[in-house]
Design a protein around this ligand. Structure first.
Ligand code: HEC
Ligand code: HEC
Length: 328
């Protein structure tokens, strides 16, 4: 009996290792690639579609649904012709937090509930989700903060809570925020970027980056990239690395991180072109209270290093990053 058992185990082991060997021997390269693809699709967080929002009041359904509406159609409610109040530049949260904050590498909300409140160096303080939302209200939407007790803020919170509910506390999911591209050896070039812009972006975002309004005049079909209705110079996208990474994985609209059409150089250059154009300005004197914590691509002094403002705006960033490392 025992002997038979041993033989069966032996046969199983041999056939398993033969199976494995045939797999590995076939084509090491192809296997490596397909493994990566599996890894990517399996682990990048994708948010639940808004069609899954519960409808019942006892599960907060209506509040979450209104929160979704505010993220997707912010301008309809809060824009210059908004039906609730006029407190933003006419952009929607969803213009940047793509697919209502559910898209991998599209600045999604996957890690918001799990990582806030948290300390942020920009404000030098511990920020709640409410504070973080209002940061975007005042910077990305170049508008006014929402009252924390307003129905609008409570709804946005409820939606973000619903989206991130299953992410364990403290965990940052793969694909949240923006992918930072490898730094270029040279400075990003706005003139080259203009060529990239004319070829790949202008048809939607306009010759002057002004975007295109829909026929109601309440919302943009294509949001502005610079000028008076765009994000201000205190916004996250005014840092070149964030704009370049966002564009590479998401623009022209419709692509995703598996299907980029720009290469890294083009993404950096077009970002340089966009951020060289005029846009609203906000008081930044309270930002980055500890000067040494300013990111390498933060284009406003004073600095704790000797690199120029231009280098902090367009790069090359690697020497700045290395100098920063040495100081630590
Ligand atoms: C012009 C683009 C833009 C718009 C519009 C915008 N945001 Fe943001 N938002 C950003 C960027 C950039 C970040 C920082 C991402 C990073 O650094 O990884 C961010 C970060 C956030 C975060 C923190 C995300 C995280 O993972 O830590 C929240 C929450 C947020 N925004 C909410 C909103 C809400 C709500 C609105 C609309 C009222 C809005 N944002 C509009 C660009 C935008
Ligand atoms: C086919 C039309 C189209 C093209 C081409 C296109 N975009 Fe966009 N872009 C959009 C739309 C639509 C949005 C808003 C997405 C949403 O709300 O779902 C957007 C959003 C953006 C945003 C964030 C919101 C803002 O206005 O700041 C940036 C930055 C951006 N695009 C840059 C670019 C760049 C750079 C290119 C060229 C490489 C480009 N886009 C090409 C349609 C386009």
């Amino acid at each position: 009996m025992f002997k038979r058992f041993i033989i069966v185990v032996f046969i199983l082991l041999v056939s398993y290792s033969l199976f494995r060997m045939s797999f590995v021997n076939k084509d090491g390269q192809a296997k490596h690639l397909s493994n990566n693809m599996v890894k990517d699709t399996v682990s990048a967080w994708v948010g639940t579609s808004h069609y899954q929002i519960p409808i019942h009041t006892d599960t907060n359904g209506p509040l979450i649904q209104y929160g979704y509406e505010l993220i997707a159609h912010t301008s309809y409610y809060l824009g210059p012709k908004g039906i609730v109040q006029h407190s933003t530049n006419g952009m929607n949260c969803q213009n940047c937090h793509l697919e209502a904050g559910t898209k991998p590498w599209g600045i999604n909300y996957g890690s918001v509930l799990s990582t806030y409140p948290k300390f942020r160096e920009r404000s030098g303080s511990i920020e709640t989700i409410y504070k973080r939302v209002n940061d975007c209200m005042e910077r990305s939407l170049n508008g006014k903060a929402l009252d924390t007790n307003s129905k609008e803020m409570k709804s946005i919170y409820a939606y973000i809570h619903w989206l991130g509910n299953e992410v364990p506390k403290g965990k940052k999911v793969k694909g949240s925020s923006i992918e930072i591209l490898p730094f270029l050896k040279t400075a990003a070039n706005p003139n080259q970027g203009k060529m990239v812009y004319l070829q790949n972006c202008q048809k939607c975002h306009g010759a002057n980056g002004e975007g295109i309004m829909d026929s109601t005049g309440k919302m943009y079909w294509y949001p502005p990239l610079w000028g008076k209705n765009s994000y201000n110079d205190a916004a996250g996208l005014f840092q070149l690395s964030k704009l370049a990474g966002f564009v590479k994985n998401n623009m022209p609209n419709g692509i995703n991180y598996h299907t980029p059409t720009l290469n890294n150089q083009e993404a950096w250059d077009v970002a340089a072109y966009i951020n060289a154009q005029p846009r609203p300005s906000k008081d930044k004197s309270k930002d980055w209270p500890i000067v040494a914590t300013k990111p390498v691509d933060y284009p406003f002094g004073p600095y704790s290093d000797t690199f120029s403002t231009a280098q902090h705006k367009y790069g090359p960033f690697e020497p700045i990053a290395i100098a920063k490392q040495h100081k630590k």
